[in-house]
Design a binder for this molecule. Structure first.
Ligand SMILES: Cc1cc2nc3c(=O)[nH]c(=O)nc-3n(C[C@H](O)[C@H](O)[C@H](O)COP(=O)(O)OP(=O)(O)OC[C@H]3O[C@@H](n4cnc5c(N)ncnc54)[C@H](O)[C@@H]3O)c2cc1C
Length: 457
């Protein structure tokens, strides 16, 4: 470690001024004050590699910032984190600093929020900048020293605690919180530094991969399909011996697919792709109906409307009707998009002019099998630089979920997206970053002053 430009030794150094790092700073200061510790006795330094803190908050939710999700914590965990081990790991942090606690904290600073019908919570102003401004104000008011343009490159243990190197500057601290975020959307400052720093301290790092990302295909979708959204279908990813699926909307893009179902499935797709197996993406346009029911439905329609072209039949057929609906008497208002009617015929090998009564048995079966498994493409890439979050990172087994403290090094903490979890779209990732940051900050402050910890602030 270089010895130039030693900055004053401090008690607590937080690396990364994103959602988790800023909340860690705020909660450390509040905890210390609640313990009667004067501000000058707890020096807190927040180091940020960018020139401004909170880049990702500024771009979150398309600039509107979906800051959390409505509902009770149990529901939030189940909806937002599909893997049980991640739910278990996050449970204590999110109970300790819940969505209600977060909104109460922001509310005290005047932020008005609204919960949408689907549970996503946004500022009423619709401006991510408002959330970020409030966070910056809270950090400033808490007397934390924010140093921007300081990229931490090295972290080492020392007899008293830790030594850090950021360019020419060297920092010493009794405790360190790693809050460097994930490894996706690198232009925001998140290029996986935290994983390298944690690995240098002996932590196991789960393979980093995209989550909440679009899928790019080896052969781009046909031009006439681009821009179409297939609503409420079942999106399926299949690789040799493995598959996964999601129900929801899929948008066909110039390079492949995007949209909610694609984003949610992308973590599995990235995992299959990383194993080197070809990953085929298909959609089930009738996820609520078995092949036999569909076949009977087509036969019935052929008996009633024999002279109708199969293409017209498809264009009038509801898309993804619910299980309890007959395919033709659906509560769904969407029908199969015209361009997809042609695509279905193409993949089923049926001529555009064929009428319902002219369908042979083999054609009917081919049509059913295409409706149940319409091929969209083969995955070329699940781009990390376009992923809203990255999965992988610091292994959860080496972090105490009750405190966010490393099990390998006392007084070293990891929080936020740096950890090996990834939430769904809906405000879950910011909530997890806020909650784990809050927990790390409050426990670090208690540890530094050797006071027993209580669960809730
Ligand atoms: C386009 C986009 C939209 C999103 N929308 C939403 C949304 O609406 N709702 C939601 O819940 N989630 C959303 N997310 C995800 C969410 O933003 C992140 O999960 C969350 O910000 C993670 O918080 P964090 O504190 O762990 O990391 P970050 O917020 O990424 O903060 C980490 C900070 O550490 C800094 N840093 C990194 N390395 C170093 C270093 N070596 N030295 C010093 N500083 C360093 C980074 O510059 C960064 O400022 C979105 C993400 C993206 C990319």
């Amino acid at each position: 470690m270089q010895k130039n430009n030693l900055c004053k030794k401090t008690q607590l150094l937080i690396i990364g001024a994103g959602a988790s790092g800023m909340l860690a700073a705020i909660s450390a200061r509040r905890t210390a004050r609640s313990l009667g510790v004067a501000d000058e006795r707890l020096g807190i330094v927040l180091l940020e590699r960018n020139l401004k803190p909170g880049n990702k908050i500024a771009i979150s939710g398309g600039g509107h910032c979906n800051l959390t999700h409505d509902g009770d914590v149990k529901n939030l965990l189940e909806k937002g984190f599909l893997r049980k081990n991640e739910q278990r790991f996050l449970r204590h942090a999110i109970h300790t600093f819940s969505n209600a606690d977060l909104l109460a904290l922001f509310g005290r600073y005047g932020l008005k929020t609204e919960a949408r019908e689907d549970g996503r919570v946004f500022p009423v102003s619709g401006r991510a900048g408002e959330v970020l401004d409030l966070l910056r104000r809270m950090v400033e008011e808490s007397g934390v020293t924010l140093i921007t343009g300081a990229r931490v490159e090295r972290l080492e243990c020392a007899a008293f605690g830790f030594v850090l190197q950021a360019g020419e500057r060297r920092f010493e601290a009794d405790a360190v919180i790693l809050a460097t975020g994930g490894a996706s959307w690198g232009s925001a400052g998140t290029t996986g530094d935290g994983n390298r720093l944690a690995a240098s301290m002996g932590h196991a790092i789960a393979p980093v991969m995209s989550a909440l990302a679009p899928n790019y295909f080896t052969v781009p979708p046909r031009a006439e399909l681009v821009g179409i959204t297939l609503r409420n279908i079942l999106l399926v990813a299949s690789a040799e011996g493995a598959s996964d699926s999601r129900r929801g909307d899929v948008l066909i893009s110039h390079r492949g697919i995007s949209g909610p179902a694609c984003l949610s499935l992308s973590r599995s797709v990235a995992g299959f792709h990383a194993s080197g197996k070809p990953v085929a993406i298909s959609v089930d346009l009738f996820p609520g109906h078995e092949a036999g029911t569909l076949s009977a439905f087509i036969l019935d329609q052929a008996a009633r409307h024999g002279t109708r072209q199969v293409r017209t039949f498809l264009q009038r057929t509801p898309l993804a009707p619910e299980r309890h609906d007959a395919p033709d008497a659906s509560s769904s208002t969407e029908t199969i998009p015209n361009a997809f009617a042609d695509e279905i015929l193409r993949q089923a090998g049926i001529d555009r002019e064929v009428t319902m009564s002219g369908l042979t048995k083999a054609q009917r079966l081919a049509l059913v099998s295409t409706l149940k498994r319409l091929a969209l493409g083969t995955v070329r890439k699940v781009p990390l630089d376009r992923a809203e979050v990255s999965a992988g990172g610091v292994a959860l087994g080496e972090i105490d979920p009750k405190t966010m403290q490393s099990k390998l090094h006392p007084r070293l903490y990891c929080c936020g997206e740096l950890l090996d979890y990834a939430g769904e779209v809906g405000g879950f990732n910011l909530q997890a970053a806020f909650s784990t940051g809050w927990l790390a900050g409050s426990h670090a402050a208690r540890t530094l002053f050797d006071k027993p910890q209580t669960a809730h602030e």
